[in-house]
Design a protein around this ligand. Sequence first.
Ligand SMILES: Cc1cc2nc3c(=O)[nH]c(=O)nc-3n(C[C@H](O)[C@H](O)[C@H](O)COP(=O)(O)OP(=O)(O)OC[C@H]3O[C@@H](n4cnc5c(N)ncnc54)[C@H](O)[C@@H]3O)c2cc1C
Length: 153
Amino acid sequence: MTGALVTRLLFEETRAVGVEYLHEGMLHQVRVNSEVILSAGAFDSPKLLMLSGIGDAKHLQAMGICVVVDLPGVGQNLQDYILVTVVQQTTQDVHPAITSNGVEAGLFLHSEGNLEAAPDFQFFFGPILFAPPGYAHSDSGFTGAVSNGTKKS
Ligand SMILES: Cc1cc2nc3c(=O)[nH]c(=O)nc-3n(C[C@H](O)[C@H](O)[C@H](O)COP(=O)(O)OP(=O)(O)OC[C@H]3O[C@@H](n4cnc5c(N)ncnc54)[C@H](O)[C@@H]3O)c2cc1C
């Protein structure tokens, strides 16, 4: 359903059995036969869990939300994902082929050289101007970038 805002998940004890949502100013509830998949993005997924009573019990109670599961970690592990780019304009057209995804070279590295753990740095390079509006003065150029990944402890 489009134009619907999910306001919380519905539970029978600790089992999710449906969702409550706002549509055209009216609050509705829908129940499911099988499972509820919560996929509302990095901010709204933990927010919906907390609005539904899954989170730090003390915090939920202070907000007047009935606690379903006391799970203090919910919403507490949002991490900055820093991306640093070096963007170079070109005087010649370097537009990538239409079959290119724009990122033509990539590298994953672990900052401590640990091959057992997942990489925590990502590099990419491509014939695109990956710059915010206002910085790009022409539409042709290339970009090298590095970003940190999530460090798993
Ligand atoms: C700038 C940028 C670049 C990225 N580049 C890459 C990349 O190159 N490769 C890669 O793998 N990943 C990339 N990602 C990450 C990737 O986009 C996300 O990990 C992925 O989209 C997450 O999917 P999702 O379905 O969980 O959430 P989302 O794609 O965020 O979708 C959540 C949806 O839920 C809706 N929603 C939220 N709350 C409610 C509510 N209460 N009721 C109803 N609907 C709601 C939102 O409107 C949205 O449509 C990038 C992200 C960003 C921001």
